[in-house]
Design a binder for this molecule. Structure first.
Ligand SMILES: Nc1ncnc2c1ncn2[C@@H]1O[C@H](COP(=O)(O)OP(=O)(O)OP(=O)(O)O)[C@@H](O)[C@H]1O
Length: 244
């Protein structure tokens, strides 16, 4: 953990009423890296994202997005963050290009039509879909529009909540390839997921959230990838047997 990491959480405690969800949670995501945040249902993964987005306030501890406290400087934080929820919210009656144009305008980061189609292409959306209304789009196609907008915004921080849930293996592989490209641009990526295969394939670090804090963290070393069976076993036993 260094002070310059774009995502920095230190000793964060967050409770809903009496229910302590995050208990002195510490987590850092360096620039140009992907961290997968794993944990059982209700472990506090989405709450962590919510705190980073400034939607939910912690009781104590430190949270910084590119050095900015989301709790006190929401606008500056959101300018630096792209967030993909599990079900991306886009405008059904607008085309892919119009959605991108409108969302970029909302964030004050408008781009030329050429730049938009280039980003949709880079995100893997086929040209025939660029000017179609979103009504008939699959979940994978919607994710591509959303990630194209994130690419165009050139944000230093990307937060994802279960991005591959409901995607078929091919769409998942395509999406993961996009995340790898986003990482190569220097973005800090924090991905909440139950998809152990994707985490093993693309994450640089995997953090296990238990009892409101990171109970275990594994870091990929060189070309070695994580062992999916060992990640799975971690969920079964809560043991310490995960190796990179
Ligand atoms: N707005 C809220 N008010 C009260 N309790 C909440 C609120 N949001 C979440 N919680 C509770 O906080 C705990 C953590 O929820 P959270 O959604 O962060 O878990 P999660 O790890 O993302 O779970 P899942 O894998 O099921 O999505 C849960 O017990 C949940 O019921």
């Amino acid at each position: 953990m260094t002070k310059t990491d774009p995502i920095l959480i230190d000793a964060l405690t967050l409770a809903y009423g009496e229910h302590v969800v995050l208990n002195r949670l510490s987590l850092a995501v360096p620039a140009g890296s992907i961290t997968a945040l794993l944990g059982g249902n209700g472990a506090g993964k989405s709450t962590t994202l919510s705190a980073l987005l400034g939607f939910t306030r912690a009781q104590s501890g430190t949270i910084r997005v590119c050095g900015i406290d989301p709790a006190t400087n929401l606008d500056e934080t959101r300018r630096r963050v792209a967030y993909l929820p599990e079900n991306v919210a886009l405008y059904e009656h607008l085309s892919a290009v119009e959605n991108a144009d409108y969302l970029l305008a909302l964030s004050g980061q408008r781009q030329t039509p050429d730049a938009i189609t280039e980003a949709l292409s880079a995100a893997g959306l086929q040209e025939r879909a660029w000017n179609q209304r979103l009504g008939g789009f699959s979940k994978g196609m919607r994710q591509k529009v959303a990630i194209a907008v994130a690419l165009l915004r050139e944000v230093p921080v990307l937060l994802l909540d279960e991005p591959t849930s409901g995607l078929d293996p091919r769409a998942t592989a395509d999406f993961n390839a996009l995340l790898v490209a986003v990482r190569a641009r220097g973005t800090a990526v924090l991905m909440v997921t139950h998809d152990l295969l994707s985490a093993a394939d693309i994450a640089d670090r995997i953090a296990f959230l238990e009892a409101g804090r990171v109970a275990h963290e594994v870091i990929a070393s060189g070309p070695e990838r994580f062992d999916v069976r060992a990640l799975h076993a971690r969920f079964q036993t809560g043991g310490e047997q995960v190796a990179a």
